[in-house]
Design a protein around this ligand. Structure first.
Ligand code: GLC
Length: 474
């Protein structure tokens, strides 16, 4: 069983749920063993301390992976670590202004960093801005997660002083500027390249993926942390207006239920002009065969991607769940999404919550879309694998719309199996019955996701305490 032994002081003196179950006790131990320190202070967590992990950078602290750990820290009295993490990431940004003669876009934050010690014990920080990453993917979501965690920090601690420091203000302005820049676009959504978020490999997720749109909305919300002065007013106003149109757009055009599908199925095409039904010139022939059979009555979801002539009908869990938490879904859409999860339980939850993407792409589609990626074979890894970390977003979504029952059921599926299997990164197969072929063990966000889910099940109002739902910061 547990083989992770921390070499330093544990994260929490009295971890809140360590006595609740052997799985939770072990999850805290894993968190302790993964703490990264810099200049004597804890500043982050490794993605996985497993020495046999398939890629070298699993020992890095990934910004997106740290978020669930950070949220637990905020709830259990270690906001100091979160603050150190947020400061360190800002500092790294200043370190790296250029990638081979090409300016790093202001605001772009690293996917991950590590602390390296030389022979005399001196510590240096090395960051990956996409210039070292497998496939050289751009970590667009890092700046968004950074801003979201900052907001959670300020909400839960009340430390507005930190948000008002010139460095944080500058960083926030950079991020918002970058997100709100006008480009060659007519949509209110944000255009990104393939692999720019949790799915950080080629998976046909370029364009306007739902996960990035949900994170975009949460990032725009962080404009409220900007000082209310003349210089910032335009940026704050723009963020407010953009959130408004983004929400309307997502609710109207990304949502798919049987009524919508019926409309798409009878769409006229090649329509020019202002008041047309088929805005994106979607061809009904593009509806994949699985959709009408799979989509239950009274249920629905946000499609994975939308653009000219394109609907990606796949169900992407993280994007859908975060969109719900962010408040992008209407109340009836939220219920519809929960109904979908309930009625398609075996497909979406199966033996490990939860499927990252449903369904998998196969044969020639897999070859064309993934570039024949052997890690992303059908029903594995990003291509239809089940990812334990999603338990926290599932729980957050479920408790924020009154479906704790689903979150509890899912939690029970995950808890003991994760302990028994040693916290794998992902599972394979249609129903997640196999441990992932290349999954490393001791994956930290699989553990911190479970702890955070336990917090939310125990007291759903913690979501509000962290600023995810409810009122703006006054
Ligand atoms: C993989 C995942 C990515 C995660 C990283 C570290 O690259 O796709 O989302 O951040 O591993 O766990």
């Amino acid at each position: 069983m547990p083989e992770h032994t921390p070499s330093h002081t544990p994260c929490f003196e009295h971890p809140q749920y360590a006595d609740r179950s052997p799985a939770l006790a072990d999850a805290y131990r894993l968190l302790d063993s993964a703490l990264i320190t810099y200049q004597g202070k804890a500043v982050g967590t490794m993605a996985s301390p497993d020495p046999r992990a398939p890629a070298e950078n699993y020992q890095d602290c990934f910004v997106r992976d740290f978020v669930s750990a950070g949220l637990v820290m905020l709830l259990e009295g270690r906001s100091d670590i979160v603050r150190s993490f947020l400061s360190l990431i800002m500092h790294l940004r200043d370190q790296q202004e250029e990638i081979e003669g090409q300016q790093v876009a202001p605001g772009v934050l690293p996917a991950s960093f590590r602390v390296v010690q030389n022979a005399s014990g001196e510590e240096t920080l090395i960051a990956d801005f996409g210039d070292r990453a497998i496939g050289r993917v751009a970590p667009v979501d890092s700046m968004m997660w950074w801003a979201i965690l900052l907001r959670a920090y300020v909400h839960s601690t009340g430390d507005t002083g930190f948000a008002k420091t010139p460095e944080v203000q500058r960083m926030l302005r950079m991020i918002l500027n970058l997100c709100l820049q006008s480009r060659f676009e007519v949509f209110p959504t944000l255009l990104v390249p393939d692999g720019s978020f949790m799915i950080d490999r080629r998976m046909g997720v370029n364009g306007h993926p739902i996960e990035i749109q949900a994170l975009f909305d949460m990032t725009l919300r962080c404009a409220e942390l900007l000082e209310a002065d003349e210089g910032n007013r335009w940026l704050v106003d723009l963020a407010v207006r953009r959130r408004h149109v983004l929400k309307e757009y997502i609710q109207n055009y990304y949502w798919l239920d049987m009524d919508e599908l019926n409309r798409v199925n009878r769409f006229s095409t090649e329509m020019f002009g202002q008041d047309v039904d088929n805005l994106f010139n979607i061809y009904p022939e593009s509806i994949p065969g699985w959709v009408p059979d799979w989509l239950p009555d009274g249920a629905g979801y946000f499609v994975g991607n939308l653009g000219p002539g394109r609907i990606d009908f796949r169900f992407f869990s993280q994007g859908n769940l975060l969109a719900l938490v962010a408040g992008l879904a209407s109340p009836s859409q939220s219920q519809g999404m929960m109904n979908l999860i309930e009625q398609r339980w075996d497909d979406l939850i199966g033996r490990m919550p939860m499927k990252l993407v449903y369904p998998a792409i196969e044969s020639h589609e897999w070859r064309l879309i993934t570039g024949s990626d052997p890690k992303n074979t059908p029903w594995s890894y990003h291509n239809g694998g089940n990812w334990p970390v999603l338990i926290w977003s599932l729980t957050a979504a479920a408790v924020s719309c009154g479906r704790e029952d689903l979150a509890k059921r899912a939690y029970e599926v995950a808890e003991n199996r994760l302990l028994r299997d040693g916290w794998p990164e992902y599972y394979d197969g249609r129903h997640g019955r196999l441990m992932g072929r290349k999954a490393n063990l001791h994956q930290v966000w699989s553990a911190t996701g479970l702890i955070f889910a336990q917090h939310l099940l125990d007291d759903p109002s913690k979501l509000e305490r962290l600023g995810f739902t409810g009122t703006a910061l006054s």
